[in-house]
Design a protein. Structure first.
Length: 219
């Protein structure tokens, strides 16, 4: 019997495509409870690195349904996806909240189903503050890293992201903005409303473009 993979978040599809599912909460350096649905970044990163080095893999499809989670872990995964040389397509199902937003936009092309939602809100931290001003500055820097990444990998400006992040009129008990699928596309966060067939079709197109580009370069 074949040895079971360490993580089931990454699996292989036909046509040399791999599937990455980011489900539940993105787990950071602290382990979540056994009953929590979590995506463990320390397992995802090595698999993405191996995929980049595997010539048999030609594309990556990312499925997201996440409430967010650890900022550093989420950004690490997003940066890894964005730096892949192979075509990547993401599909938001259910939710792409908080740190799920940069994860959703890290791909070459992004989709969202109409019923899915994306929540953009300020960075938060837990625990006691020793130096309030210093902590606030660090949170500002972290928030700037997130908004800059989103702006670099989508069609929405960093200023608009900050406006959505600090909106006080939409969420009853929180600051920020919740967007459904159509609104996310309208704002420029996501490229297109669509489902799994659309996402796979787009990925096949990107894979063919890359293959044809390589063939032309060899001539």
């Amino acid at each position: 019997m074949a040895e079971k993979e360490k993580t089931e978040n990454v699996s292989k599809l036909e046509r040399k495509i791999q599937l990455l599912s980011i489900i539940g909460e993105v787990e950071g350096h602290e382990a979540l409870g056994e009953r929590a649905k979590a995506t463990k970044y320390e397992e995802i990163l090595p698999r993405l690195a191996a995929m980049e080095d595997d010539e048999n893999v030609e594309g990556l499809l990312i499925l997201l349904n996440t409430v967010g989670g650890d900022v550093e872990a989420g950004l690490a995964i997003a940066e890894m996806i964005a730096s892949l040389s192979k075509p990547t397509v993401s599909l938001v199902l259910g939710g792409g909240h908080s740190i799920g937003v940069p994860l959703a936009v890290s791909s070459d092309y992004s989709f969202i189903v109409p019923s899915a939602t994306m929540v953009i809100h300020p960075v938060r931290t837990n625990g006691m503050f020793i130096g309030v001003m210093q902590t606030y500055r660090n949170m500002e820097k972290t928030q700037d890293r997130i908004t800059h990444f989103i702006a670099e990998h989508s069609r929405v400006s960093q200023k608009r992201i900050e406006e959505l992040m600090l909106d006080t009129s939409l969420l009853v008990k929180d600051v920020g903005t919740m967007l459904d699928g159509v609104e996310a596309v309208k704002e420029g966060l996501i490229d297109q409303v669509g489902g799994i067939s659309d996402a796979l079709s787009k990925l096949y197109d990107l894979m063919d473009e890359r293959k044809n580009g390589k063939a032309n370069n060899k001539k």
